[in-house]
Design a protein around this ligand. Structure first.
Ligand SMILES: *Cc1c(COP(=O)(O)O)cnc(C)c1O
Ligand code: SF4
Length: 442
């Protein structure tokens, strides 16, 4: 794993907006600063040997409330938590670190744990791999008819890592698990051959860790293709490094690139990942959102519902209200996916639904653009619409917002109520039915 951000990026300049990455090497010092005792510090390092860890000076100095650590939500968002590993795995990694086992031994143990944590959920490596002229298009995923995801190779890192990240295998030392491409020509050839694809979503990692010059190599060719109507850029930089849009050496170049997408007659959506309203408090974030909006881009926001970080309705009310005030559009509230430390961060669907509903009921219609709670599951994006009683049976009411099979979109279906279920695969069809819907296999 590279410690500096994208080699071609070098985007940071002095002043308050000076970027400093903090990595595993800094973890013990940071945990000491939080006043954590030695055994807890060792546990953090044990977890960081399995899952990726990276944070930065901005997150540490501006976002985390150190007086509230370890309960602080932003601390939990970026620092390893002992519970992310199950007891036996944690004990094993702690033992290896305490005994100063050779790096290869630690790496092998970490690898075995990772392989047991469903690193590529929902069949994404096989089911979502598009082909062009008989060959797989590397670094591209297509699950839905109208949208492809592109994973630019230099964008496969983030300014900090989220503990609950569902893309965690992109950031650990497991090359076979990584999805990435540098081959823009094949992506554009694929788009020309598949004109029904209207949306291209650049993702990662975080594409804006790339310099504006490198990002433009992925974006500009899309503007030559008539059938591409929307470009989306998935990013958490508004939260983890807002100076990217304000003070980095090429911040203006990045915004000019956004402008070129808009003036080409396309929708540019900056899909911002914002987990907690605290992330919107610093003045520089507001400036960043304003600058992005001034280019004509739309800022849309999404985040998962995470235990111990944002699992209260009031947090979402504040988040959606604040986003709306700033002119951003609440988009999805996700359910934590069935990968990595899901067992630790997951909120049961029933509780998640109540949190969503309570929050949704307390915001203006302008913020009710948000959909959720949504599971990005194997057949598609499944929304939990409610909990109801039908003929004396308690059921979840669900529908697919997006589906591999467009014929299934928007059709309500029912699952037997289960207060402990955290994922679609935990659910059974209601009313003794054999299937949720004809053709819907989970
Ligand atoms: C969520 C998602 C999309 C985009 O879906 P929209 O509903 O259009 O936002 C595209 N591809 C994959 C694989 C997704 O998970
Ligand atoms: S910003 Fe997104 S890709 Fe990066 S660590 Fe967080 S969840 Fe993962």
């Amino acid at each position: 794993m590279t410690e500096a951000l994208g080699s071609e990026a070098e985007p940071h300049r002095g002043g308050p907006g000076r970027f400093r990455a903090l990595t595993v090497r800094d973890l013990d010092d940071l945990a000491r600063r939080a006043g954590l005792p030695a055994d807890q510090r060792l546990a953090l390092r044990a977890v960081a040997a399995v899952f990726p860890f990276r944070t930065n000076s901005y997150v540490v100095d501006e976002l985390i409330d150190w007086s509230a650590v370890p309960a602080d939500p932003i601390f939990r968002l970026t620092f390893p938590q002992p519970g992310m590993l199950c007891e036996p795995d944690l004990a094993e990694m702690v033992r290896l670190l305490r005994d100063q086992a050779p790096a290869a031994v630690v790496q092998r143990a970490a690898h075995e744990i990772r392989m047991r944590l469903n690193p590529h959920p929902s069949g994404q490596l096989d089911l979502n791999a598009p082909t062009h002229e008989g060959r797989r298009v590397a670094g591209v995923q297509r699950k839905y008819a109208e949208t492809i995801l592109v994973f630019p190779r230099p964008g496969q890192t983030c300014h900090a890592y989220c503990t609950y990240c569902f893309r965690w295998p992109q950031f650990v030392d497991e090359p076979d698990l990584r999805i990435a491409t540098e081959d823009v020509a094949t992506v554009t050839a694929y788009l020309r051959a598949n004109p029904e694809v209207t949306d291209v979503l650049l993702t990662g990692g975080d594409p804006v860790v790339m310099s504006a010059a490198v990002l433009s190599r992925y974006v500009e060719p899309l503007l030559e293709i008539d059938t591409v109507q929307a470009v989306r850029i998935g990013t958490k930089a508004l939260s983890f490094w807002p100076y990217r849009f304000v003070a980095d050496r090429d911040a203006d170049d990045l915004l000019r690139l956004f402008e070129r997408v808009v003036t080409s007659g396309r929708h540019l959506a900056v899909m911002a990942h914002v987990t907690h309203p605290r992330e919107l408090r610093p003045e520089v974030v507001r400036t960043a959102i304003r600058r992005i909006r001034d280019t004509g881009a739309v800022v849309r926001c999404q985040a998962p519902l995470i235990g111990g970080i944002n699992d209260r309705a009031g947090v979402w009310v504040e988040l959606w209200n604040e986003l709306t005030r700033l002119g951003a559009v609440p988009y999805y509230q996700f359910v934590e996916r069935d990968t990595g430390p899901q067992h630790y961060f997951a909120v049961p669907l029933a509780r998640g639904y109540e949190i969503f509903r309570d929050a949704y009921a307390r915001v203006s219609g302008l913020a009710r653009t948000v959909r959720g709670p949504v599971m990005s599951a194997m057949p598609g994006k499944v929304c939990v619409d409610g909990i109801a009683e039908v003929n004396g049976e308690r059921v979840f009411v669900l529908h697919l917002i997006q589906a591999r099979d467009p014929g299934l979109v928007g059709r309500p279906f029912f699952a037997a109520f289960d207060p402990a279920a955290t994922w679609l695969t935990d659910l059974k069809p209601a009313f003794g039915a054999a299937q949720f819907l004809p053709g819907l296999d989970v």
